[in-house]
Design a protein around this ligand. Sequence first.
Ligand code: COA
Length: 153
Amino acid sequence: MTAVRRIRDLGPADLDWVAEQEEAIFGPAAWSRAMIEEDFRFPRKRHIGVEDDGALVGYGMTSFDGEALHVLNLAVRADARNRGNGAALLTAMVEQARELGASEMWLEVRVDNEAAHTLYESFGFVPVRIRPRYYQPEDVDGLVMRLQLGDQA
Ligand SMILES: CC(C)(COP(=O)(O)OP(=O)(O)OC[C@H]1O[C@@H](n2cnc3c(N)ncnc32)[C@H](O)[C@@H]1OP(=O)(O)O)[C@@H](O)C(=O)NCCC(=O)NCCS
């Protein structure tokens, strides 16, 4: 049977799961449970999750500033990577941006995160500038990337 993938909005009931994944995936750089809880209450931020065969395996957060959609987070559980879950989340974010009428999307990614670079580039994101030592406590530079949406369908 083929895997069933579904994107859904996340809410307060998913908070524990997201906080657990943050810790497991990002370690010392993870957002705390309190920060995530606050973000869940922020109306301009949207949290989505991807379910793979009925289980939540990845999540992402976006923020809309009236013109651009910012990808604030994107992560897939280690045992569910390389099977399209990250791309499914990003596809939903691009759809959201188009629905909102955003002209572009922005994100920051660690300069050494090859998997994420490849994913973002495959969606048309281009490197714009480096933010020195953006990621702490690891002290790693951030790469700012942008996707111009224009008015194509
Ligand atoms: C980045 C991340 C979200 C990708 O999720 P994923 O579910 O593995 O991605 P997908 O399976 O949808 O892959 C989509 C594309 O990304 C690229 N990609 C994904 N993993 C890759 C890897 N390890 N090396 C190179 N390219 C990779 C490929 O282009 C892939 O397309 P393909 O399968 O047609 O070749 C995942 O690796 C992750 O959660 N990493 C840890 C958290 C993180 O770094 N998040 C990004 C913060 S900005």
